[in-house]
Design a protein around this ligand. Structure first.
Ligand SMILES: Nc1ncnc2c1ncn2[C@@H]1O[C@H](COP(=O)(O)OP(=O)(O)OP(=O)(O)O)[C@@H](O)[C@H]1O
Length: 252
C-alpha cells in the first residue's frame, strides 16, 4: 500500500511553547484517519505544520513521496491536497459569488484552450456544489452565507478537483444533523470510490468509531494510535482526556 503522508519525530512550537512533541505516524492511501485529543492538545497546530502554514522545528515529513521542508509544500504537490479549516474568516463585503469562489479550487495542469477550460471548470463547480447539496447557492454572494452554508461551500472548494489528501479541522461543526450525516457519507465515498486519503480532526468519537480506519490520539505527544476499537477504549480515552472523561461518559 502507498504511503501518502509520513511524519517522523515532528516537534512544533508556538512562540517559545512546544505544542507538538516528537510525533510520528503514517497515512496509507485510501484510508480515513481521525486525529483526536482534548482542547489545546496541538491537533490544529500539527495539521497546520503539515500544510506548510506554520513551520516545524524538528522532524521529517514526506508527502506523496516527496520530502518536505518546514513551511514549504512543493507546487506540484499542493493541488493534490485540500484543507478545510476550523474557521474561515473573510471580508463579508467581498464581491464574489459562490461559483467564483469554488472555481478558485479548480486548476488543470498543462495547457488547454481557454473556452474548453471554462466549460470544464463550470461543470466541475456545479458537480462539487451538487455533491454538498449547495447548488441553489451558486449565484449567491459568499458574504451572505450562513455558517453551515459556508462550510458546505468550503467543502465544495475542496472537492472541485480530484485530490490525494483531504485534511479537515472539525469540519462538520456548524452543519445541521442531516448535513453532518451526509457529510460523513460523502467522505466515505471519496475514500472508497476515489481512493482519497483523509485526515480529520474530530471531537465526535461516535462518528470516528463508525467511519475512520485509524485513530491518532494526541495530547502534545501521541497518547495512542491504532484502529478505533483499540484506541477508543475507555483506558486510552482516560489517558488522553483525563479521569473526568469516565464521569462524562457515565452521565451521557
Ligand atoms: N496562533 C497561536 N499563537 C500562539 N499559541 C497558539 C496559537 N494557536 C494555538 N496556540 C496554542 O497552542 C496550543 C495548541 O493549540 P491547538 O489549536 O493546536 O490545539 P487543538 O488540539 O487544535 O485544540 P482545540 O481542540 O481546542 O481546537 C494551545 O495551548 C494554544 O493556546
Amino acid at each position: 500500500m502507498e504511503t501518502v503522508l509520513a511524519v517522523e519525530r515532528l516537534s512544533v512550537y508556538r512562540g517559545t511553547h512546544q505544542v507538538v512533541h516528537d510525533v510520528s505516524f503514517a497515512l496509507e492511501a485510501g484510508t480515513d484517519t481521525a486525529l483526536i485529543g482534548p482542547n489545546g492538545a496541538g491537533k490544529s497546530t500539527l495539521v497546520q505544520a503539515l500544510l506548510g502554514i506554520i513551520p516545524w522545528q524538528s522532524g521529517d515529513v514526506s508527502l506523496l513521496g516527496r520530502s518536505i521542508r518546514a513551511g514549504k509544500i512543493p507546487v506540484s504537490v499542493r493541488p493534490q491536497i485540500a484543507y478545510l479549516p476550523q474557521s474561515f474568516l473573510f471580508d463579508r463585503g467581498i464581491p464574489m459569488t459562490v461559483a467564483e469562489f469554488v472555481a478558485l479550487g479548480w486548476g488543470r495542469p498543462g495547457i488547454s484552450l481557454p473556452w474548453r477550460s471554462r466549460i470544464a471548470r463550470q461543470r466541475a463547480v456545479v458537480q462539487a456544489l451538487t455533491r454538498v447539496n449547495a447548488c441553489h447557492l451558486i449565484h449567491q454572494s459568499i458574504g451572505r452565507l450562513s455558517g453551515g452554508e459556508t462550510k458546505r461551500v468550503l467543502l465544495a472548494y475542496c472537492l472541485v478537483q480530484p485530490r490525494r489528501l483531504l485534511i479537515l479541522d472539525e469540519a462538520p461543526a456548524g452543519l445541521d444533523y442531516q448535513a453532518e450525516a451526509e457529510f460523513y457519507h460523502l467522505l466515505n465515498q471519496l475514500k472508497l470510490n476515489h481512493g482519497w486519503t483523509i485526515l480529520q480532526i474530530s471531537h465526535d468519537l461516535e462518528m470516528v468509531s463508525r467511519f475512520c480506519d485509524q485513530v491518532i490520539c494526541l495530547n502534545r505527544s501521541i497518547v495512542c494510535q491504532g484502529t478505533p476499537d483499540v484506541t477508543l477504549s475507555i483506558e486510552n480515552l482516560i489517558a488522553a482526556y483525563g479521569p473526568q472523561f469516565a464521569r462524562y461518559r457515565h452521565q451521557h
